[in-house]
Design a binder for this molecule. Structure first.
Ligand code: LMR
Length: 403
């Protein structure tokens, strides 16, 4: 039968990363995958993370036992407080360790697909994801058996948020739909609603009986302030939403390969919490049994020690500041090399990416002629830029956009 297995397409993000690795051009630049690089283009292990690892290695209590199905309960509590706030009532939050953001979305999607009542006449639970959204979202929720639909989010004409489109599409979605929201630093557009818009979206979602599902991959990374970046999530909770949260520690702790995160559901009382948690565990057990422990040990160690926590916040601010500097520098250099385009949308965006507005064809030329590797939606990972390559990248963008 194996001869009938068709070749699948490469992943639109990680596939391009593989092509970068095999490219022999010494000029090559990787601005494809959203992974932090330091000012010299190298992956960065946060010093707070290194210090926590040293402590773990020296601690005789560290072992390689299985974690419980729901993960390390101390880590989960700390992670929930990081997201929902230090004074959040975790006794009503069903939280479980998850395999970073992807694993959290996958378990959360299964849970919602099983328990959210389907609108009349629908075979599947609808989930509305922003258009555009992180490429993996659609595949994840389809694998969960959900009916994946899109709501307008971005206006390619103005290169800005399409707020009127969001309101119209969420209003027209059947009552009780699941609505996927990026908690901050929307990927790929870098466009977030304002506080007032978040408030109105929260009201709208409540009035429709929709379920708000937050994907939080950039808390701390967006503004450099983990508290400020949690605004939308905490605001929804304060307005009484039973939110679902997929939380990742890949970017903000630099724990990409450790697969560390949580999935949580805000319930109305401890009884609901207990039932929901039992169901989350039933989903996880046949899928991967129990989560990996190294990353959660690191986060627990950092967040239980005042000194390490302070060091961590400094590290996180440093990453956010370098990315912001690269965003501003990219636009400055584009203008310096003679670009006549309006790039103000790039300076206004937030988070790890510049959503440039370049077409797929332009992206293809950047890759084939300049060995600059980026996703075909015109998204540039600002973390891949540094003083050595930024002028080269800006000149190439100028050549393909003004040429
Ligand atoms: C990205 O958007 O580049 C990151 O979230 C990495 C990934 O897994 O796609």
């Amino acid at each position: 039968y194996l001869r009938d297995v068709p070749e699948g397409p490469p992943d639109p993000i990680l596939g391009i990363n593989e092509s970068y690795k095999s490219c022999a051009d010494p000029r090559k630049v990787n601005v494809c995958v959203g992974a932090y690089r330091d000012a010299r283009g190298r992956p960065w292990v946060l010093p707070a993370v290194r210090d926590a690892e040293r402590r773990l290695l020296d601690d005789p209590a560290t072992n390689k036992e299985y974690a419980p199905i729901a993960g390390d309960p101390t880590f989960v509590d700390l992670a929930l407080k990081f997201a929902y706030g230090a004074d959040a009532d975790v006794s009503v939050i069903a939280g479980m360790q998850a395999l970073s953001g992807t694993g959290a979305c996958r378990v959360g999607g299964h849970f919602l697909s099983r328990f959210v009542p389907r609108p009349a006449g629908r075979a599947k639970v609808p989930i509305y994801v922003p258009d555009p959204t992180w490429g993996n979202h659609v595949a994840i929720f389809e694998e969960c058996g959900m009916d994946v639909r899109r709501y307008r989010y971005y206006d390619a004409g103005t290169n800005r948020l399409n707020y009127a489109g969001i309101v119209e599409d969420l209003t027209n979605a059947p009552d009780g739909s699941v609505i996927l929201l990026h908690a901050c630093a929307h990927n790929p557009t870098g466009c977030d609603p304002t506080f007032e818009q978040w408030d109105a979206i929260s009201e709208l979602i409540a009035s429709k009986g929709h379920v708000a599902f937050f994907d939080s991959a950039y808390q701390g990374f967006a503004s450099g302030d983990a508290e400020a970046d949690a605004f939308a999530l905490r605001h929804f909770v304060s307005r009484g939403h039973n939110v679902v949260l997929a939380q990742s520690f890949a970017k903000n702790f630099g724990l990409y390969g450790e697969r560390t995160g949580t999935i949580s559901v805000v319930c109305s009382n401890p009884e609901e919490r207990s039932a929901v948690l039992s169901q989350l565990k039933l989903i996880a057990r046949p899928m991967y049994s129990s989560p990996p422990v190294h990353g959660s040990n690191i986060v627990r160690t950092v967040l239980t020690d005042k000194g390490l926590t302070g060091e961590y916040y400094n590290n996180c601010r440093e990453m956010a500041a370098r990315i912001r500097a690269m965003r501003e520098r990219l636009v400055d250099v584009l203008l310096e090399v003679g670009s006549s385009h309006d790039w103000s949308h790039v300076t206004e965006q937030i988070g790890m990416f510049a959503y440039t507005g370049m077409s797929s064809e332009m992206c293809d030329v950047l890759t084939s002629e300049y060995s600059i590797f980026l996703t075909r939606d015109g998204r540039i990972s600002l973390a891949g830029l540094n003083d050595d390559n930024i002028e080269y990248v800006a000149r190439a963008i100028h050549a393909v956009t003004d040429g």
